[in-house]
Design a protein around this ligand. Structure first.
Ligand code: HEC
Ligand code: HEC
Length: 257
């Protein structure tokens, strides 16, 4: 009996581990996987991203015509939410994270698709741009060792925010009201605003400390939000202090009536 219980526990732990860490094998991008990806795409993605991936699906028509962000045009090969340095292509895992979590306010989470379905649809959207094949894959940046958000860490973060002139776009108190914010456009010439940093639940790239670190270290390709990897080279602690500062600005989400 004891033996049975212990092997049951081992099995259960293995299952819990594998699901939590997303350790399920990443499948190969075969012809079959691409075909399966296309049929998923034609059911759930085309409505915004368009049948040929140009970001011009039927519901994109109803989104504000001159306001960013538009659904991504997959034929261009420009991606915002990456662990890879500025200007580079995203890793497969970056795309997997975006499809799994969605983009708050703009794109639903696709956790309802199985992991292999998510991989299949990712292989399919990658096949829409030659940029993936033409650009060598690069290593993701290291995101590690966050210091505790103590008062002195937050204070130091505020100094770094000032020094790097984040306020020029995001404002002195992070409200998204900096002097440059009224004159910003993305690559598609769509009007865009600097994010209000006091509302982390609206961050499209995610609002965990690691997400925020990634956002300003790698930048958002195709938008005015630059990468600060050069300015913060060898200053990882300062980068983390700034993450702690940004999170300290968070205002509570207003309860929905
Ligand atoms: C309701 C509309 C909608 C649907 C449905 C939708 N998307 Fe999106 N998607 C968007 C919008 C809008 C953006 C741009 C967000 C931004 O730039 O901040 C986007 C961006 C993306 C990105 C780019 C992320 C990056 O790093 O730049 C990927 C990848 C993506 N979508 C994949 C998918 C896939 C795969 C599906 C179907 C399984 C899908 N989307 C369904 C609206 C949608
Ligand atoms: C030139 C203007 C500009 C400067 C300078 C700038 N940002 Fe941004 N930032 C933007 C814009 C524009 C967006 C919104 C991009 C989008 O909507 O895709 C943004 C978005 C963000 C986001 C949220 C991204 C998300 O996931 O939605 C964070 C966090 C951020 N910036 C942090 C910073 C920090 C920290 C600095 C300074 C180190 C900084 N920014 C400097 C323009 C700027």
């Amino acid at each position: 009996m004891l033996k049975f219980i212990s092997s049951f526990v081992v099995c259960l732990t293995a299952v819990v581990f594998c699901t939590n860490l997303g350790l399920a094998e990443k499948p190969q991008s075969t012809e079959d996987a691409l075909a399966a990806g296309k049929s998923i795409y034609d059911k759930v993605c085309y409505i915004c991203h368009g049948s040929e991936g140009k970001g011009d699906g039927p519901s994109a028509f109803f989104m504000a015509a001159y306001l960013a962000p538009r659904p991504r045009d997959f034929t261009v090969g420009t991606y915002k939410f990456r662990t890879t340095p500025t200007g580079e292509m995203p890793s497969d895992e970056d795309l997997f994270r975006t499809v799994t979590n969605g983009v708050p306010g703009f794109m639903p989470s696709f956790q309802g698709l199985s992991e292999s379905e998510r991989w299949e649809v990712i292989f399919y959207i990658k096949s829409m741009s030659s940029a993936f094949a033409e650009t060598p894959a690069v290593d993701p940046i290291v995101i590690d060792n966050r210091p505790a958000p103590t008062a002195s860490s937050i204070q130091r973060g505020r100094e770094v925010y000032k020094e790097l002139k984040c306020w020029d776009c995001h404002g002195h108190n992070g409200l998204g009201d900096g002097p440059s914010t009224n004159n910003m456009f993305d690559d598609l010439k769509m009007k865009m605003f600097a994010q209000d940093l006091t509302k982390p639940f609206t961050f499209r790239g995610g609002d965990t400390p690691e997400d925020i670190y990634r956002t300003f270290m790698t930048g958002l390709n195709g938008t005015p939000m630059p990468s600060y990897a050069k300015s913060l080279e060898g200053r990882e602690k300062d980068a983390w202090h700034m993450v702690n500062y940004i999170l300290s600005l968070a205002r509570p989400k207003r309860p929905t009536p």
